[in-house]
Design a protein around this ligand. Sequence first.
Ligand code: NCD
Ligand code: ZN
Ligand code: ZN
Length: 333
Amino acid sequence: MNNTWLIDSPLDMHLHLRQGHMLDVVAPWSAKCFAGAVIMPNLVPPVTSVEMVVKYREEILRSGNDDRFTPYMTLFFRDYSEAELIAARKHIIGIKLYPDGVTTNSESGITDWRAYDHVLSIMEELSIPLLVHGETHGFVMDREREFMDTYQDMAQRHPRLKIIMEHITTREAVALLDRHVNLFATVTLHHLLLTLDDMAGGKLDPHLFCKPILKYPHDREALQNAVLSGHSKIMFGSDSAPHPIHQKECCGCAAGVFSAPTALPVLADFFDRRGKPELLQKFVSDHARKIYGINPPAKRVSLTRQSWRVPDKIGEVVPYMAGKEIPWTARPE
Ligand code: NCD
Ligand code: ZN
Ligand code: ZN
């Protein structure tokens, strides 16, 4: 039994770091053990210009305080001109599209993507990937499934546009991946491990309430099978999304699981228990590097079979697995 695993440049391909004090509290947890992360633009107001991207990137570097951590920045999708996108291209890894109102801070998202097809054409031309929160406004358990037609339309209309289906949660999304060469996906830790029962089957756990909502056992099984097959179009994206405790333990609970501090150790445990240690490197780094064509800073992180207790709170946020023992510890070399 190998008690230490070394991972080269782990990447978190979907991360919320917020702003201000919250950014200061959460950024170091990602910067310490990851070599890079794709930073979501759903701030208040959303990140919709190169100036905002550049400023936000500087704030992240300052708060993260680790020179071996690269924030891969994104713009919030809107009606961008070609000139704007040409100017933005070297500052961003992609543009994130939110349907209006489907998740945290997505009020200025779009109602009908077809009205913005010309933006997708420019992105396709400039090789700027499109990242999508793929949910309709339908019944909460069906929203992702109902969005599959949209993914399919986008993928067919823009065959050279790289489309990342963010935080996929259903077996239908897993199946769609193999039908279009230009579709890729991120998978979170919580959707890989949990179902709706974990959040709402017994006493309600607001800290597991997130969008897309946790799904059925058969969906989790499809995600696990895909990840454990080493599917090269799937990469890890934590979707770590911190909210202060008073916005979680209340009526009108905000959606989001703060998993950045526990992600790597819990993933190590997941692959260890299934006898697939070699897949961790691929899932948390290699696939993302290939899909996005990025070369993150060299940063080696060790995972050691040594248990630790997750803090009850980090600042004003309750992390995923708060108060629990985790059998693996992550440390930068
Ligand atoms: C995210 C957040 O809080 O910003 N929440 C979530 O439940 N996942 C937004 C998102 O990724 O949809
Ligand atoms: Zn989302
Ligand atoms: Zn997210």
